[in-house]
Design a protein around this ligand. Structure first.
Ligand SMILES: Nc1ncnc2c1ncn2[C@@H]1O[C@H](COP(=O)(O)OP(=O)(O)OP(=O)(O)O)[C@@H](O)[C@H]1O
Ligand SMILES: [Mg+2]
Length: 389
């Protein structure tokens, strides 16, 4: 099918989104600005997306028939989470549905082992690694002196938000290895974690956002602050940009590709992992960039011209995580107070229930002076509490 904007802005085109989390919600808000007809398939009945989409269906994203039947009634299909049935997507592609990212790319992304092999094939720097079928094989290699501490074990499939990732520092840690086919890779002495988001459309146009710095909360293993744009050397900027372009083109992706990278103590850049969809590390593009990642993803998958990615104003983003010690019906404290502060942009995802460290929203603080943005963001983080009633 040829995509013609004059046709689809009239609600003739049905855009399907697999997944109904906050990334999907922000994508839908942009789609609704353009009056697009949107259908969402979500596993999460609780999540109140109704207002943002045209049709909301609930079902198992890993089930072939569910994904196939959903996709068959769509003209264009995309994802906001990568754990979906890729076999169904492959059949839908063969039957003429436009699927972005393509099933072939998703199959690589959904397996950390295949991701690593793809980086190596492309000659891109990534931590040296070996693939293992089981925990016992890892222990055996260690005992035979073929594997050295410290290392990082990652489940090949199914992990996210740090689940399925285990840093092995001491021989005692070996007891707690994850029982799963795994990637085992060298532990990098990380000085900074960054992410670069690239966008591409079917005409081959590519745009790359400035890098963002990701600072993590060690207790929750969840993102604490995003600093945008992250200051890198000219060489690193050029490198990270070219890695992102190489990957998005190499995987033939239309829409977005987020590339997570590490910078080590020798200022060397390593590619960690990739995600072909709107990404946590791009929330701040809503307020900070001329074109947000959500708009850019829609442009990319619909064959529209990509928008400019220039930074309008620097920002620091904080996640609103459920406070430890609170579970149940969510309550937000001091919203009015933080909103008095200019440049504070609050996003509440609308999840009814909070639990410790659950992602309930985020706040992007824009300020021409990045240091000021950071100060205000930290203040917001300590002031705006997500508790329960
Ligand atoms: N090789 C490594 N050396 C040192 N630290 C690492 C290494 N690989 C991963 N980590 C740490 O573990 C974190 C989680 O790893 P990774 O991003 O691969 O997992 P994930 O569960 O897919 O993450 P998320 O869903 O949060 O992006 C990284 O952000 C980094 O802090
Ligand atoms: Mg990660």
């Amino acid at each position: 099918m040829q995509l013609n904007p004059d046709y689809f802005f009239n609600r003739n085109l049905k855009l399907g989104i697999l997944g109904g989390g906050q990334l999907g919600k922000m994508l839908l808000l942009k789609a609704s600005q353009w009056n697009l007809y949107t259908r969402v398939l979500t596993q999460d009945r609780e999540f109140p997306l109704q207002l943002a989409c045209t049709e909301l269906l609930s079902g198992d994203l890993m089930d072939f028939d569910t994904v196939y039947d959903f996709g068959k009634a769509c003209d264009v299909l995309t994802i906001e989470i990568e754990h979906v049935n890729t076999e169904a997507l492959e059949v839908l592609e063969q039957e003429g549905v436009i699927v972005h990212p393509r099933s072939s790319a998703l199959k690589i992304v959904n397996d950390k082992g295949l991701q690593k092999q793809f980086f190596v094939e492309k000659g891109l720097p990534t931590a040296p690694f070996k693939l293992y079928k089981s925990k016992d094989e890892i222990i055996q290699d260690f005992e035979n002196g073929l594997l050295h501490l410290p290392f990082v074990q990652k489940s090949r499939k199914g992990g996210y938000d740090g689940r399925g990732v285990f840093v092995v520092n001491t021989p005692e840690d070996l007891k707690n290895l994850i029982e799963s086919p795994s990637v085992v890779e060298k532990k990098i002495q990380i000085v900074r974690e960054i992410s670069v988001i690239a966008a591409r459309n079917s005409q081959g146009q590519v745009e790359v956002y400035d890098p963002v710095g990701m600072e993590f909360n060690p207790e929750a293993n969840l993102l604490d602050l995003l600093v945008f744009p992250e200051v890198l050397s000219a060489r690193q900027l050029e490198q990270t940009r070219s890695f992102a372009i190489e990957l998005i083109s190499g995987l033939d992706i239309c829409g977005l590709l987020a590339v997570e990278m590490f910078v080590d103590e020798n200022e060397q850049v390593w590619i960690n992992e990739i995600a072909p969809r709107p990404h946590n590390s791009g929330h701040q593009t809503i307020e900070s960039c001329i074109t947000s990642q959500y708009e850019q993803h829609l442009r990319g998958i619909l064959g529209l011209p990509l928008g400019p990615v220039e930074v309008k104003v620097p920002s620091v983003m904080v996640n609103l995580l459920g406070w430890p010690g609170y579970s149940g019906k969510v309550n937000y404290e001091n919203l009015g107070l933080v909103m008095k502060q200019p440049g504070v942009h609050v996003h509440i995802y609308g999840k009814n229930e909070t639990r410790p460290f659950r992602k309930m929203g985020h706040v992007t603080v824009t300020h021409p002076n990045p240091e000021e943005a950071r100060k205000i963001a930290i203040w917001v983080k300590n002031t705006l509490k997500v508790t329960s009633l």
